[in-house]
Design a protein around this ligand. Structure first.
Ligand code: AQP
Length: 333
């Protein structure tokens, strides 16, 4: 069965960008492929998190993944650091990755701009660990948001380089495009991010969401309620695209253009529709929080399955590069 692999960083509270850009896809992919989904805590270390906060975020992100519909009986759900082969393979791949390739990564420039006081080497080599995450499971389908496409291309390049140097060993991963590759934040200017304070949280209550939406940027032409607007330049209308049925969206579109509908009403409608999706997720998350042992069991079972799959790849890789005897029948001395 073809495999898919993806991860989310435990760097804060999950938001609707993570939900639309990643989790909705994961729920669909687990039906079609053998899925490996991972809470990538090693990646989160690039932000030097507080240890207590990191442990808490790992659990909360896992809860969010499960509450959004990832089924641990279908998909292998685990924490990256519970599988030590990720770090081992990342080192091996880093010895194959030219500095020039890493220098081209725009996310490094963005992220180092966000944390100028902590531009660490892990931030720079982050895409190599990401490549290891994928390759370790021989994943051939990888769902990515817009910001990750460049990293996936680097992963493909690394696989080609490995296969060229050591012989055909690893499959080249293909992109699975998201239907929401870049959900914008409340500021309407930057990508919604856990660490930018511009997010609508997945677990927020209806009141909290409405409160945040009140401050969300809309069409700048609508200074007064009587000003007609252009829905296509309004971030709030873009969110309606994901949560609002087509007929209601058409009404909002017409109301905005004719100034018959104010921005406040438009935001209230969005908050109500968001709640239709977020309410059941919040309820499932509350149940999961009441059963911490169940969460531990899911993650332990996931880690055991992931370690077994990872070890198969690592044995092959170690043999190819000369760290162990080559596998029987591999044609290698
Ligand atoms: N705004 C977004 N729109 C669409 N997809 C998004 N993703 C994240 N933000 C958006 C997708 O969610 C998955 C997990 O992302 P991540 O946590 O590994 O890292 P990220 O992309 O850096 O997410 P954040 O929220 O912006 O985290 P921080 O603030 O810690 O950097 C990925 O598939 C991503 O594309």
């Amino acid at each position: 069965m073809v495999r898919t692999m993806s991860g989310i960083q435990p760097t804060g509270n999950l938001h609707i960008g993570n939900y639309l850009g990643a989790l909705v896809n994961w729920v669909a992919l687990q039906q079609q492929y053998e899925a490996f989904f991972c809470v990538v805590d090693l990646h989160a270390l690039t932000q030097r998190p507080d240890p207590v906060a990191l442990r808490r975020a790992v659990r909360e992100v896992t809860i969010g993944i499960l509450a959004s519909g990832v089924d641990p009986d279908r998909a292998t759900l685990f924490v990256q650091s519970h599988v030590p082969q990720h770090a081992e393979l990342a080192w091996i791949l880093s010895c194959l990755t030219p500095l020039g390739d890493l220098n081209r990564m725009t996310q490094f420039k963005d992220k180092s701009g966000n944390q100028p006081e902590n531009i660490n080497a892990g931030l720079f080599t982050y895409p190599i660990l990401q490549t290891a995450d994928i390759v370790l499971y021989r994943a051939e389908r990888v769902p990515v948001g817009e910001d990750q496409e460049q990293h996936l291309e680097l992963a493909r390049e690394t696989v080609r380089r490995f296969n060229h140097v050591y012989g055909d060993t690893l499959p080249e991963p293909q992109v699975v495009k998201s239907h929401a590759p870049r959900v914008m934040g409340l500021d309407g200017e930057t990508k919604m991010s856990k660490s930018r304070n511009n997010e609508i949280g997945l677990f927020e209550t209806a009141e909290e969401t409405l409160q945040k939406l009140r401050g969300a940027k809309t069409d700048p032409a609508r200074l007064r309620r009587s000003d007609p607007g252009n829905p296509e330049v309004c971030n709030v209308f873009a969110w309606h695209g994901f949560f609002t049925p087509a007929a209601q969206r058409a009404e909002i579109d017409a109301g905005c253009r004719s100034a018959g509908l104010g921005c406040v009403d438009c935001k209230k409608m969005l908050a109500a529709n968001l709640e239709q999706v977020k309410g059941p997720i919040r309820e499932r998350a509350a149940v999961l929080r009441e059963h911490p042992q169940r969460l531990d069991e899911i993650l332990a079972a996931g880690a055991a399955k992931a370690r077994a799959a990872a070890e198969v790849t690592m044995e092959l890789v170690r043999g190819r590069i000369g760290l162990r005897a080559a596998a029987a029948g591999s044609g290698q001395p």
